[in-house]
Write a protein that binds this ligand. Structure first.
Ligand code: FE2
Length: 432
């Protein structure tokens, strides 16, 4: 008898543990299938969702579906030193395990909350008797005031959190801003007073950013009618599948007849930097990784040789994935000529090569994406810069000269932006 009773107790405990699991298992199965389908479309180079995912709205919804497992996916990639965009097994397993973790965590939190709530709501016997009496007389069930005070903030907080989360994935990443700065430059030729440069950085065409959004960025940049367009790297997110498509998206800049000058970023090198450079050069972008060009003061056209009066635009190879050849970048540049420098990663400006190198007047960088998440009072918790908030975004003062750090267009790691909108930067040069 004793054994049977113990067995019964064990069965009860087991059945309690599994009680109510059905809807969670169904949700997990549905989300795993839909999530895998979307993730394979985003990362796997599959074309089954190509039409939908190339639009801004379609990609925003796909990013929302992908978000709960993206962190898990990224962690697996880092731990296993693998490229998720090449491994369908990794993509599907990260979705399946990721959703299981999310739903199990949510269920556990709800169960804990139900227990805590039952302890906190527990009212005195007289109150309970009074409520029972009302119900027995045929009146409506009276909700406990304490329960209402506990549930109210939880429901409001949950709804607010959900709205902020959805906004940070669906709206904010595509809410493009134009940021304007004026920078004083020594020895700037009279003919270049008021010269305007428009910078596009970190478009990250790929799993999180659709071509439609990059095309819109290019259109809005052209509408600013600058003298020069500068591109500071990370044209694609990973791999080489998007290289040609990414380059083609910049062709309308070249068709304006104005100089379009660029350098590569670390993400371009994760795939094939040489191919990315070739593709961009092919559409007419002048790539200046460890090279330079000149803008003539008289015509504001682009020259390969130093004009009598003008400005040099030099580029340096990516600080993390390429070499920086300062000598090659400033080859044959007259000492008195102002130099604008393109370098993907802002931390490079603190290196000896920059600090003890030749004259530089203003540096354009990207890479940080402004941290993608910026909180009141503390700023961006993660900046991808060793110098914290200094080069997170905006116009900073480097050791040698001002540094313009773009918040960029696209996203890395998670498809999220909070308090850090994507931006096109316009810089006006003025004589000082
Ligand atoms: Fe980037």
């Amino acid at each position: 008898m004793g054994t049977l009773a113990e067995g019964d107790g064990g069965d009860v405990r087991v059945s309690r543990a599994f009680a109510g699991l059905g809807p969670w298992v169904v949700a997990w199965a549905v989300l795993s299938v839909v999530g895998s389908w979307v993730q394979l479309g985003l990362w796997g180079g599959s074309t089954h969702l190509d039409g939908l995912l190339s639009t801004q709205a379609g990609r925003a919804i796909a990013n929302l579906v992908a978000l709960p497992t993206q962190a898990f996916n990224t962690a697996l990639m880092i731990l296993l030193h693998m490229r998720a965009d090449r491994s369908a097994v990794l993509i599907v397993s990260s979705v399946v395990i990721g959703w299981a973790c999310v739903l199990f965590g949510l269920r556990t939190l709800l169960r804990v909350w139900v227990r805590v709530r039952s302890v906190l709501v527990g009212a005195g016997p007289s109150v309970v008797r009074e409520r029972h009496a009302v119900v027995e007389r045929g009146g409506p069930a009276i909700p406990s005031r304490r329960a209402f005070l506990l549930d109210g903030p939880l429901v409001i907080g949950g709804a607010a959190g959900g709205l902020v989360g959805a906004h940070s994935v669906v709206v904010a990443p595509f809410d493009l801003r134009i940021e304007r700065y004026t920078v004083g430059v020594r020895d700037l030729a009279r003919g270049l007073e008021g010269m305007r440069l428009v910078q596009i950085s970190d478009t990250h065409l790929g799993p999180h950013v659709p071509p439609e959004f990059v095309a819109r960025v290019v259109r809005e940049s052209i509408a600013l009618r600058p003298d020069v367009f500068v591109l500071t790297g990370d044209y694609v997110h990973r791999g080489t599948d998007c290289n040609a498509r990414a380059a083609a998206l910049f062709a309308p800049l070249v068709e304006t007849g104005r100089p379009v000058i660029g350098v590569l970023g670390n993400h371009d090198w994760y795939g094939d930097g040489r191919d990315m450079k070739r593709q961009l050069s092919g559409v007419g972008v002048r790539m200046v990784d460890n090279d330079r060009v000149f803008i003539d003061a008289a015509t504001r056209g682009m020259w390969d040789r130093a004009p009598a009066a003008g400005v040099c635009i030099a580029g340096l190879g990516d600080f993390g994935r390429d070499t920086m050849d300062i000598e090659a970048a400033f080859r044959d540049v007259p000492e008195e000529m102002p130099r604008i420098v393109l370098q993907h990663q802002p931390d490079a400006v603190e290196t000896r090569a920059f600090v003890e190198g030749p004259r530089m007047d203003v540096i354009f960088a990207g890479h940080t994406h402004g941290g993608q998440i910026r909180l009141p009072l503390i700023g961006a918790p993660v900046t991808l810069s060793r110098y914290g908030q200094k080069y997170a975004s905006g116009l900073a003062q480097g050791p040698r000269c001002p540094v313009v750090v773009s918040r960029g267009i696209g996203m890395s790691f998670l498809p999220v932006r909070i308090g850090v909108r994507p931006e096109v930067v316009e810089v006006t040069l003025t004589r000082m």
